[in-house]
Design a binder for this molecule. Sequence first.
Ligand code: FAD
Ligand code: DLZ
Ligand code: SF4
Length: 508
Amino acid sequence: MSRLVLVLGDQLSMGLSALRQADRDSDIVVMAEVAEETAYVKHHPKKIALIFAAMRKFAARLREDGWDVRYAQLDDTQNAGSIVGELLRRAEETGASEVLVTEPGEWRLIDKLKHAPIKTHILPDDRFIASHQEFEDWAQGRKQLRMEYFYREMRRKTGLLMQGADPVEGKWNFDHDNRKPAPDEVDFKGPMEFQPDETVEEVLDLVEARFDGHFGQLRPFWFATTEGEARRALAHFISNALPKFGDYQDAMLAENRFLYHAVISAYINIGLLDPLEVCEKVAAAYAAGDVPINAAEGFIRQIIGWREYMRGIYFLEGPDYPARNELGHDRDLPDLFWGAETQMQCLSKAVAQTRDEAYAHHIQRLMVTGNFALLAGIDPGQVHEWYLAVYMDAFEWVEAPNTVGMSQFADGGIIASKPYVSSGAYINRMSDYCKGCAYSVSKKTGEGACPFNLLYWHFLDRHRDRFKSNARMGNMYRTWDRMDADRRETVLAEAEGFLKRLEAGETI
Ligand code: FAD
Ligand code: DLZ
Ligand code: SF4
């Protein structure tokens, strides 16, 4: 009796556990572009196009490899509209009575598959370095789940950048050498771009016709859609950008959207690149003397550290994690996140780039849009939905811990030991945004004062009870308390005024 092997849009790996477990001669692969997956948030059109194009090419590759693949395109008249619906349709068509699937990256879909009216075997997703059990064992009994300690375990486990039991060059973390402000000139021309072929063009036409109302520019579309292309994009990054990745990891420039970033998260997350293999290539470039340690270590930490840790937290904390709101923030997400005009240059640039590219790098997400949402007290559920919709690499297992936990502190501090908030000074130090802004970053109050300067103190003041005894925030409160009372009152009143205008939908 044949079984169905479900391959989801972010499971495009030839070594996927469900494919390894299946029998190519008797089992049938099911892949489906379905309305339900395109609708749980209004995904950026580029993200939908990437997934559909990569799915179509992966299906073709499986067929070449001898698999019987039943593929539903979104506009097929028989399309059942949901993953479970497609499984039932294919079961009836083929007589199969069981399904093999690698665990999806979202509780919503795991739940649907567990309750599907067909016997479904959910297999571990072993494209990650740590299994759920390993993460749970590491977390067990710890008061704080700090990424840095988990990361060291992953270094030991993989042997990446290790010399026996010790880290190479004597330190686990070289961040001290990173975080330089924006350079005057960037000598990296950006990520490798790929000309759309016939398959991509067909998908672009479909997405254009069906998802016109979604936020984001569909064209130009230049992303890799096969494993081979993604590998070329990675090699291009390692040769041309990685050496300076560490130095300028946190820098932001109004007219340079990618700086020295890899722009490979979407490729890893949908399965075109294997995370361990990516890190091995980076470690090899370091070993060959092509890349300094601060770049290689910093990059590898993002993948075997942060990426794995975020997944660990998502599955450890359970399905209610994305809905947490420990700070009780409830303001609606302002329209400027959807491209409405704003005078705040940093936000305007970060949102415009998100609209055009479905990409913003980590510090833009954390210290511009995320920082603003947190300071302004925006409902973290709405912030979460925004990040899940607008970025090419957004899948809930990685997006929710980054947004709800790291960026919005809505999990009460499981991920971040203190909230990632800053005044305009940080943005000014790390970017050139403030130069072209209608607001003045050096003004703390009064006409034209940078809103981040006002909201920063407003945030600290309104959450004093929660954060006053946080050792890492003592300095901030001491500075605030040293200001004279009149000045504090002015700051708070102006911040309130700003928030009122924001709520009223005025252009800010
Ligand atoms: P680079 O800066 O070149 O880093 C290299 C790789 O490290 C990335 O490709 C990615 O695989 C990994 N990485 C780096 N930081 C993280 C991190 N914090 N968590 C997980 N992996 C990381 N990343 C996603 O993959 N999907 C998301 O939905 C997502 N949402 C985010 C939301 C917020 C609010 C924040 C602050 C961060 C989010 N990130 C997310 C993490 C990070 O911003 C992106 O991974 C990164 O910007 C991708 O661009 P890149 O490939 O150029 O990364
Ligand atoms: C994100 C996405 C989209 C937009 N469309 C599809 C689809 O049509 N078919 C599919 O199999 N997967 C799609 N995906 C990815 C899934 O939503 C993803 O597998 C889950 O969110 C779990 O990570
Ligand atoms: Fe952003 Fe303030 Fe700088 Fe303007 S002045 S770009 S609002 S940080």
